[in-house]
Design a protein around this ligand. Structure first.
Ligand SMILES: [Zn+2]
Length: 891
């Protein structure tokens, strides 16, 4: 068993493992070692080079993580037709590769059982290779497995050939491995698929495949009837398999045949999966046989009988037919009846009775007492913890004996403290479930639920990156260390040893869309350098917290432009890349405090986009209500959404953190303090670069949705390590380069822009062809220009202040009396003293636009042209000879 697959693939797997930078393997002769364990984070992974089928963590007790190379490197186990095309001397090469490499079968055992054939898809000329097994000796009828392809209906199998006289291809038949014959008294497994039969053959079990689920091989059984064969029903562990088991067992019994039933755990694994994992062994089969007995029990008493033989407890609880029963065994009486004493001295001791015999059953049934304690079957799934809210719930699946579909409910700790509390919470949360058990029975149940290895699932109230586990968690998929993790059947993700899920439904992110790299050229055509800079920032947002952890900050991105310049199209498209449809951003001024809180807290390592919903309504009123972006300053370092009235965690000890990235999209530039303006990378879009076909090109982007382009997110997260690597190197480069610009003095501006430019380089990981070195450098040049413009912007006053001083000096020079400096009431030659009320009146008179006073008063203290000395001082006016309230500035 050890050297199967020897002729295929081991070297290729080793090569791929070494190339995967996230694993960090070191080649040590016969083994790869020191790989990075995704569960415990230690460099303790190892794998054997000549049998590279399973990677394991060396810390058996402390960690114990292990995964098959098939799970780790799924790409290696696809495209067999290309990688192993048949040749003249190896016409079965593709089929051999699948059977050996993918299925893990020992080719030396099964050679000649199958051949490589081909399947033509209906109504087309396209074909694919198949692995074909004949169903009869004459090779007229066959079952085959398609390689690398599926039929339109999702089927991977095909059955064909010349029909039997009764019109069918396989009705009544079963497939036995060609080298197997059934002898008198044999045990023969009945399995659903040929591959299951082959898997069992590797362990010397005889197994016949029924070819299709729900098919009873009547003629096959008849052909072997009366040989004393025990038929071991070993169908799939799922619902359909279990249903088929009941039906087939009945038919076999009616035919007078001996039957045993195996029930595999309902975990989606079948015989060849267990084979592939090296877990097909005696223990698995014995457990399945025991499960089969419990499953086939026709009464609670019979189930209790089988249970008791394995677990001889006096009292226990069993579920039967989706209800719960308390079982009491009168063990004293049972012992006595099983070991009868001789009646008088003259007789010899009677033989003890074997509990598993028919007589034993008769004894057992006299000594068992059964009582229904619940009309439903509550199956404990896991404990769910919300670390932020400090709440926890016990999650159960409730199965109903009346046939209702099952429910998943969450109970508080207090709900399972007493039978009465449990009874009430079942009534409240399930559909008519009750509990009538006693204290001691609830205790047995509670011990069963809580004392065995309990799964704890962390529930996070946002989507995206969870700092504690370093995993990205969305509704349907999670990503950890570049690997995709699917939601399990109980509704959470297993990340290493932690279970995690998001409790947020408001923001739905899908990651299963397509991703092609061919649209970048047109994206550039439609949105130019501004759009490319935005895409770089957008991509960087996925790693905002890793970047902040390393470089302390991640900038804000301001995306301004006149209406119709394509801002919305660009932003909506970028959201589609992240698996979110029909969304652009939210209007922070229109949001309620609760809505604001949600918007800033419900995503992590994703952008929060603030938009103006009234873009074309440039009324003064709307302007006056502009959002105070200074409140967002702490977000720069990932701190404090508390400033926005956001709930704090842990009784104010720790502030709620901003885990996202901020994008501001509006028509006009953001106002605010210098400290705010320093934190912004700003691009402005206009229609200048629009060409005649720009509109047409942009329309393509409008037509896309998350299913056509949303694979971007999946790829970016799978390449997390590579992207961050490129970013880190490029950041060093650009920080040095931008720092040399003579036009920039502010280090923060250098850093922010270098960060975005560095993610421009990292776009090459996503678009290896389109994101050429040239384009990376040109984008960096553009971003450097934006950095220089930002420095200029900081050196000058805010546009509103600039305009105010323009008006002031203009009006001062225009007064009809030509009185020198008539708006300046100061007596000092180096100061200006200005009365705001007078200015307002003059503005009206001269048809000058008077800025909003409230806004102005906010901006004046930051003024550079005339530095504010004091506001609202009463001085003696040199023009009026009386006291006037003035704002005093340096001249
Ligand atoms: Zn480990």
């Amino acid at each position: 068993m050890t050297n199967y697959r020897q002729d295929i693939g081991a070297a290729e797997i080793i090569k791929a493992l070494m190339q995967d930078s996230s694993l960090q393997f070191v080649d040590c002769n016969t083994h790869l070692r020191k790989g990075l364990c995704p569960a415990c984070g230690k460099n303790e992974l190892w794998i054997k080079k000549d049998e590279p089928w399973r990677v394991s963590c060396n810390r058996m007790d402390k960690c114990g993580w292990t995964a098959s190379t098939r799970e780790l490197l799924p790409e290696l186990f696809t495209n067999f037709s290309e990688k192993y095309a048949p040749t003249e001397d190896k016409p079965h090469r593709t089929a051999d590769a699948v059977m050996g490499f993918d299925r893990g079968f020992d080719l030396s055992k099964i050679r000649g059982w199958y051949e490589q054939a081909s399947y033509t898809f209906p109504h087309s000329t396209s074909m694919c290779h198949t692995i074909r097994f004949y169903l009869d000796k004459e090779k007229t009828r066959y079952w085959e497995r398609l390689i690398d392809k599926t039929k339109a209906d999702g089927q991977k199998n095909n059955i064909g050939g010349k029909r039997k006289p009764n019109g069918s291809l396989f009705k009544g038949d079963a497939w036995l491995p060609p080298t197997v014959t059934l002898e008198d008294g044999d045990r023969c497994f009945l399995v659903e698929a040929i591959f299951h039969s082959i898997a069992l053959y590797h362990y010397d079990y005889k197994a016949a495949a029924t070819i299709s689920s729900n098919h009873f091989p009547e003629s096959f059984i008849k052909a072997h009837a009366g040989k004393g064969i025990t038929w071991v029903l070993a169908l799939d562990g799922d619902k359909a398999g279990r249903k088929g088991t009941i039906k087939d067992a009945k038919l076999l019994t009616e035919m007078g045949e001996k039957v045993e039933v195996l029930i595999l755990p309902d975990n989606g694994k079948d015989w060849d999966d267990y084979h592939r994992e090296h877990k097909l062994n005696k223990a698995l089969i014995e457990n399945a046989l025991y499960s089969g007995k419990l499953f086939m029990a026709k009464s609670v008493e019979e189930k209790a009988y089988h249970f008791y033989q394995r677990h001889p407890y006096r009292t226990f609880i069993l579920d039967f037919d989706s209800a719960l029963y308390g079982i009491e065994i009168n063990s004293g009486a049972l012992e006595m009846d099983l070991n009868p004493r001789k009646k008088d001295d003259g007789e010899s001791d009677p033989a003890p009775i074997d509990l598993s015999s028919k007589q034993g059953w008769d004894v057992f049934i006299r000594c068992v007492d059964v009582d229904q304690i619940s009309n439903v079957y509550p199956r404990f799934l896991y404990m769910e913890r919300d670390e932020i809210m400090e709440e926890q719930r016990y999650v159960f699946q409730i199965e109903y004996s009346n046939g209702n579909p099952s429910d998943i409910i969450g109970l508080e700790g207090t709900n399972i403290t007493s039978p009465d509390a449990f009874h009430k919470s079942l009534l409240n949360k399930s559909r008519g479930g009750t509990f009538d058990g006693e204290v001691k029975q609830l205790k047995i149940l509670r011990d069963m639920w809580l004392n065995s290895k309990m799964k704890t699932v962390t529930s996070i109230p946002f989507v995206g990156y969870d700092r504690d586990t370093s995993a990205y968690v969305f509704q349907q998929a999670a990503y950890y260390n570049g690997r995709e993790i699917k939601l399990n059947r109980d509704g959470y993700f297993q990340v290493g040893k932690t279970g995690i899920k998001t409790s947020l439904n408001g923001v739905s992110i899908t990651t299963d869309g397509e991703f092609k790299t061919d649209w970048l050229e047109n994206y550039f055509k439609a949105f130019h350098w501004q759009g490319l800079a935005l895409l770089a920032f957008w991509t960087g947002s996925l790693f905002a917290q890793q970047v902040r952890a390393k470089h302390k900050s991640w900038p804000f991105f301001e995306f301004t432009g006149e209406p119709g310049a394509g801002k919305s199209t660009a932003l909506e498209f970028l959201w589609k890349l992240f698996g979110r449809d029909d969304y652009e951003g939210f209007d922070v001024m229109k949001a309620t405090p609760a809505g604001r809180r949600r918007a800033f807290n419900q995503v992590s390592n994703l952008p929060v986009v603030i938009i103006e919903s009234d873009r074309d309504d440039g009324t003064k009123d709307a302007k006056a209500k502009q959002f105070d972006f200074d409140l967002c300053k702490p977000f720069f370092n990932g701190r404090g959404t508390g400033t926005l009235g956001v709930a704090r965690r842990n009784n104010d000890v720790e502030e709620s953190l901003f885990q996202a990235a901020l994008v501001i999209s509006q028509n006009a530039e953001v106002d605010g303090s210098e400290a705010l303006l320093q934190r912004i990378v700003h691009v402005h879009v206009d229609k200048r670069h629009h060409k005649p076909d720009s509109r047409e090109v942009a329309r393509w982007f409008e037509r896309q949705n998350s299913s056509t382009v949303g694979g971007f997110l999946r790829k970016a997260l799978r390449y997390e390590r590579q992207i961050l690597q490129v970013y880190e190197e490029a950041f060093q480069k650009y920080e040095a380069q931008f720092g040399k610009s003579e036009k920039i003095r502010n280090e923060r501006i250098v850093k922010n822009h270098a960060q975005v430019a560095a993610f421009g380089d990292a776009l090459a990981v996503m678009f290896p062809k389109a994101m050429t070195k040239d384009r990376q450098e040109n984008l960096a040049d553009y971003i450097l220009k934006r950095a220089e413009a930002r420095e200029q912007r900081l050196a000058h006053d805010h546009p509103m202040l600039e305009q105010f001083w323009e008006s002031y000096h203009y009006m001062n020079s225009q007064h009809p009396t030509k009185e020198d400096d008539f708006l300046n009431h100061s007596n000092k030659s180096d100061q200006l003293a200005i009365n705001m009320e007078q200015i307002r009146e003059m503005c009206q008179k001269h048809g000058q636009e008077m800025p909003d006073l409230r806004q102005l008063k906010k901006l004046l203290p930051q003024g550079k042209r005339h530095k504010l000395i004091e506001s609202g001082r009463a001085i003696n006016s040199r023009h009026l000879g009386k006291t006037v309230r003035c704002w005093i500035f340096q001249k």
